[in-house]
Design a binder for this molecule. Structure first.
Ligand code: UT7
Length: 318
């Protein structure tokens, strides 16, 4: 037993931070950011908490799936930056939406949403669930060094959600981990123990951009090919690719090597930047609500992130 996607939702903060706004904060400009990344603006939490966004995305997905919170058997939230260290972000969402099922977080960084789909698959395979809410969300503005122009222009906040039900929509899913904590990481911050002997680093994104870039392009190409092969499909069968929205140049570099038409890649990173675990489900929801998907369409999801993680999945839209 696998699952199908019954509904999607998303929520982003109200506040829009444009490239011009950023050029007043650090030594950058709209032209550099647009040409190097494709990003024009991003949404940043001011009044909203990340939980507010997760709850809105979850409620929208449940409405789209035509189900109520008490029908949920499980909630999984993919995030590395929920509101609290503990309890989990998923438990905050469970309480706010009025569900009573178990709920937990997983951390697969920017690939987290696809990691969470894979975890959900195990529950469906064991036939212990009928409806699962999967959310991807991160609050990157809270771990951004706003004085570092090489990273602060890239990120935004947001949340996307799907409701999964029993079905055969998921055709394959593939996760990888390189085991790297040097090229992209966010330290936890100062240890409160007076006995602890290690130095603490600033709890913001540390990134070697070009190393991540090279990894990302290969990850996308390999991930898409592997997931399609496992599903018994080819690049010609693909109706849509919903990639991690990190940098349009990464997506375009992957497109050059793949036999999939560029117009089949759904991109919205110009509006939101990189929202980490929120990125793929936000894009999935926007494409869905824009009426892009037809029943029977083969959709490929792919992502990469800290860890270094990758995730790819093939879904038949139903
Ligand atoms: O979810 C995964 C998260 N991370 C990623 O996906 C990031 C992957 N990496 C990237 O997207 C790209 O490597 C970046 C967008 C981060 C950087 O693009 P790049 O083409 O690799 O630029 P670069 O780091 O090689 O920097 C080129 C120049 C440098 O100046 P010099 O040394 O050539 O004089 C930088 O100092 O651009 C400079 N620079 C900037 N200039 C204006 C770096 N950031 C900025 C900026 N505005 N914001």
């Amino acid at each position: 037993m696998s699952f199908s996607i019954l509904g999607t939702g998303k929520a982003v903060p109200q506040f829009v931070l444009t490239n011009d706004d950023l050029s007043k904060m650090v030594d950058t400009n709209d032209e550099w950011i647009r040409t190097r990344t494709g990003i024009r603006e991003r949404r940043i939490c001011k009044e909203e908490t990340i939980t507010d966004l997760c709850v809105s995305a979850a409620e929208e997905a449940m409405k789209d799936a035509n189900i109520t919170a008490n029908e949920l058997d499980l909630i999984i939230c993919a995030t590395f930056r929920g509101e609290f260290i503990t309890p989990s972000e998923a438990s905050l969402i469970q309480k706010r939406i009025g569900a009573s099922c178990p709920a937990f977080d997983i951390n697969g960084a920017c690939s987290g949403f696809i990691f969470a789909l894979d975890v959900a698959l195990g529950y469906f395979a064991r036939k212990t669930v009928k409806k699962v809410l999967v959310i991807g969300a991160d609050n990157l503005s809270n771990v951004t060094d706003w004085n570092d122009r090489s990273t602060c222009v890239l990120f935004g906040d947001g949340s996307g959600a799907v409701v999964l039900g029993e079905g055969e929509g998921l055709k394959s899913i593939h996760l990888t981990l390189k085991g790297d904590s040097d090229v992209l990481y966010v330290p936890r911050g100062k240890n409160t123990s007076p006995m602890y002997e290690h130095e603490s680093e600033n709890p913001v994104v540390h990134m070697q951009g070009s190393e991540v870039y090279k990894f990302a392009v290969i990850a996308m190409i390999k991930g898409i090919r592997k997931a399609l092969k496992d599903a018994g499909l080819t690049e010609e069968d693909v109706a849509w690719v919903v990639p991690h929205q990190a940098n349009i140049r990464i997506i375009n570099a992957a497109i050059e090597k793949l036999n999939i038409h560029p117009e089949k890649f759904f991109c919205n990173l110009d509006k939101y930047g990189n929202t980490s675990a929120g990125s793929v489900p936000i894009a999935l929801d926007e494409a869905n609500k824009a009426g892009k998907f037809k029943s029977g369409d083969i959709i490929v999801l792919c992502a990469f992130g800290a860890g270094l993680t990758t995730g790819s999945a093939v879904i038949r839209w139903e």
